[in-house]
Design a protein around this ligand. Structure first.
Ligand code: FAD
Length: 359
């Protein structure tokens, strides 16, 4: 049990993947409040999310329930161009190679599971938590408009909150990023467009044959140049606010989950309010190079998809999270994703794979 003097008051701005995953982890020891500008149903980004072993390891350690989410395990990937012409296939064997699966799920379902686990809707026991653990508080329709990283003040639409520790997880178009950087840096257009289609399991055969879909969405892709810093005083940027990258890496939400996991450093014995700025600097020192390496793939354009895959594979090295750094028994975390495509991406999301698909 955490003694009172080490219990921190953490404010998280944004209830996306980064904010909710961090809330789920930090509620294990601290008082956490999430401020979201939108309704509970808010869900930005793609229709489908693929989580690779680098994040499924973490999700499993948080009691994440694939069944409840309707996650589908992927064992391969086919890429085609916009005319349906076959480009390449990749066979995955993630469980065997990395000890955790590659799964795909609807983004909304993924986020709902994270929300349920931080807000206390999932029984604490299912999450591997002590029953006495306090759920986080999530406040909707109350966007943050300013922050003071030195004193730990967040200004919301309805007034100022005193909340010493602040995680800024307000996404790619972050309004608060510049309060930490003190200079205006925003995500730039990449010139790429991503198209994602959703097809129900019943209609997948028809969809493949006639190229029809239940839902089609287009994104004009943007990303962020590596930022000079992520921290200022008692505040830190996480998720897309810190390292928005294109979906080519399939790693945005995976990196957001890793960010949250590395913030576990704040739950370690000996962390006090006074040491928070130093701890956030350590987290940044681990996270920033890692995200930089992941987003670096964008710099490799224009190269053929096969070359990109080679380049990515050659970057494979295990990553040691900040809170394991001093441990003699360092678990290895697999390197990021296994697929890269250029140009238009079409992804079919299958909630329940039909029996005629190979298993
Ligand atoms: C088409 C597409 C496909 C993708 N596919 C994948 C994939 O397969 N795998 C993968 O890992 N990643 C994928 N990504 C990337 C992934 O969606 C993002 O990296 C991830 O959503 C980032 O999470 P986040 O929490 O940082 O930001 P977001 O999910 O954008 O959440 C930010 C939250 O902050 C709230 N907010 C914003 N401003 C304020 C404010 N001032 N005050 C309060 N709240 C605020 C927003 O309403 C939102 O709820 C994809 C992205 C796109 C666009």
């Amino acid at each position: 049990m955490t003694s009172k003097d080490t219990r921190l008051r953490v404010a998280i701005v944004g209830s996306g993947i980064a904010g909710l995953a961090a809330a789920r982890i930090l509620r294990e020891k601290h008082d956490v409040t999430v401020y979201e500008r939108g309704e509970p149903s808010v869900a930005t980004g793609g229709q489908g999310i693929a989580n690779f072993p680098n994040s499924t390891h973490i999700l499993e350690s948080m009691g994440f329930d694939y069944k409840r989410v309707g996650s589908v395990e992927l064992d391969g990937w086919n890429s085609v161009d916009k005319h349906g012409k076959y480009l390449h296939s990749i066979d995955y064997n993630m469980r065997e190679r990395y000890g955790a699966p590659l799964v795909s799920h609807l983004r909304m379902d993924f986020r709902t599971e994270l929300w349920s686990s931080e807000a206390g809707y999932c029984p604490a026991g299912d999450l591997g938590l002590d029953a006495s653990t306090t759920p986080a508080t999530t406040l909707w329709n109350n966007g943050a408009v300013n922050l003071d990283p030195k004193d730990g003040l967040v200004t919301l639409e309805d007034g100022v909150r005193d909340s010493p520790e602040i995680l800024v997880a307000d996404g790619i178009h972050s309004r608060l990023r510049n309060k930490i950087l003190r200079e205006p840096i925003s995500a730039q257009k990449t010139g790429l467009t991503c198209c994602r289609v959703t097809v129900s399991a019943e209609r997948v055969e028809q969809a493949l044959e006639h190229r029809v879909a239940d839902q089609v969405k287009l994104w004009e892709l943007r990303d962020l140049e590596p930022l000079p810093t992520w921290t200022s005083g008692r505040a830190v940027l996480i998720g897309d606010a810190a390292h928005a990258m294109t979906p080519m890496q399939g790693q945005g939400s995976n990196m957001a989950t890793e960010d949250a996991d590395d913030l576990r450093l704040l739950t370690q014995p000996g962390v006090t309010r006074d040491s928070v700025p130093e701890v956030l600097n350590v987290v940044e020192s681990v996270r920033r190079p890692r995200a930089r390496r992941c987003s670096r793939i964008r710099e490799l354009r224009p190269i053929s998809p096969a070359r990109l895959i080679d380049m990515r594979n050659s970057m494979k090295t295990a990553h040691t999270p900040a809170y394991w750094a001093s441990s003699s028994n360092k678990p290895q975390r697999p390197e990021f994703g296994e697929h890269i495509s250029r140009g238009t991406i079409a992804t079919f999301m299958l909630r329940n794979p039909p029996s005629y698909l190979p298993h």
